[in-house]
Design a protein around this ligand. Structure first.
Ligand code: PLP
Length: 355
């Protein structure tokens, strides 16, 4: 049995393919690989030039807002509502001459409101689609002017983001500096984590290394290229295997969670034929208590997201920021791991934790 489930990717021994299938997922005329999702947004905003207002979803993470603030944008927000296994966006269809950022959530087509987004394309707006959660789902869907994704969320690469321009080419004057040195701490942390998981090392010093890397990224995310090691993995990764495993794991989770004793609400109830889940999101009113219980069992589930630190959110008390918990279903894990994970959730409720 695994000693730990979740959290940052460890170094992986996945067999790499000779033929790259990566380009299959890139829908657009021009693309650049970058260090991170934030770098990709920075590159896109540089390419867009002189716009001053952006509309962002009111369910998002701070790192999606930061590049807009750094480019001097006035950030406005539109409402994202989760209801009956679907997502609905409330956005004024008369918005003009603005940048509008859309995203699909967690890789599920039911959590990607394509109907609303397709209405608002014209009127001089620039549409950016954040495909971080839905990059491998065929529902990328929206015909945006630009697409970006943080690819490092999907596979064991220390760095990796992508910026795609649907029509035409990116301006050539955005510099992407070499990042091979910067990622060394992360490569080392991923290796140490692998040693820890395989019992060759009992120290968890890698936690500090991951933290340092993430802090550094917060402070300097601009003008950075993807590192060579990550690009090599990205271009030869077995995506079919990844996709199959994620879908199987998410199906298993949905099956296991559909049970009275488990007491959690899934944000969506089914996986579309072309959906590739990043995580399976659930809502639990007692999130921190459940999360702490699972950590004691070696299960580390992320939260999407802490409420962003932006004045707009001082008066917005969205339930989802308090209740959401993301169940991991990535390619590192098997159906048995998913069963084990839900069994631990079930134990939590059996042990008298109710809400
Ligand atoms: C939806 C989404 N977009 C963009 C980003 C930024 O990606 P990165 O952390 O690679 O800069 C994140 C980060 O969590 C994200 O969740």
């Amino acid at each position: 049995m695994r000693i730990e489930i979740g959290s940052e990717f460890e170094e992986s021994e996945n067999k790499l393919l000779k033929e790259s299938t990566f380009d299959y997922w890139v829908k657009g005329n021009d693309y650049k690989l970058t260090f991170s999702g934030r770098t990709s947004l920075d590159l896109i905003l540089h390419d867009i030039g002189c716009y001053s207002t952006v509309y962002l979803p009111d369910y998002c993470c701070e790192s999606m807002i930061t590049p807009f603030i750094d480019h001097g944008f006035d950030c406005k927000f539109y409402e994202v509502k989760f209801e009956e296994n679907n997502v609905k966006l409330s956005i004024d269809s008369n918005i003009q001459n603005s940048v509008i950022l859309f995203m699909g959530y967690f890789g599920f087509s039911k959590l990607n409101d394509v109907n609303t987004t397709s209405k608002i394309q014209d009127q001089g707006n620039i549409i950016i689609y954040d495909a971080t959660h839905s990059f491998f789902s065929q529902t990328q869907g929206v015909s945006a002017d630009y697409t970006l994704a943080s690819l490092r969320k999907w596979l064991p690469i220390p760095s990796g983001g992508i910026a795609i321009k649907t029509k035409g080419l990116f301006k050539e004057d955005y510099t992407l500096n070499n990042s091979n040195e910067i990622v060394q701490t992360k490569i080392e942390a991923m290796r140490k984590k692998k040693d820890y998981l395989e019992g060759r090392n009992i120290e968890k010093g890698f936690l500090q290394d991951f933290k340092m890397f993430n802090e550094q990224l917060k402070n300097s995310y601009k003008n950075l290229d993807i590192d060579h090691h990550s690009e090599m993995i990205l271009r030869s990764y077995d995506y079919k295997k990844m996709i199959d495993q994620r879908r199987i794991n998410a199906e298993q989770l949905l099956y296991e969670l559909d049970h009275k004793e488990v007491n959690v609400k899934v944000l969506t109830d089914s996986i579309g034929g072309n959906d590739v889940p990043l995580f399976l999101p659930i809502e639990v009113p007692n999130r921190e208590s459940l999360r702490t219980y699972l950590i004691k069992e070696g299960i580390y589930l992320p939260v999407h997201w802490p409420t962003p630190n932006h004045p707009y959110f001082e008066n917005v008390k969205k339930k989802i920021y308090r209740n959401e918990l993301s169940i991991v279903c990535d390619q590192r894990y098997s159906c048995d791991d998913m069963r084990f994970l839900v069994q631990k959730v079930r134990e939590y409720y059996k042990n008298g934790h109710i809400f």
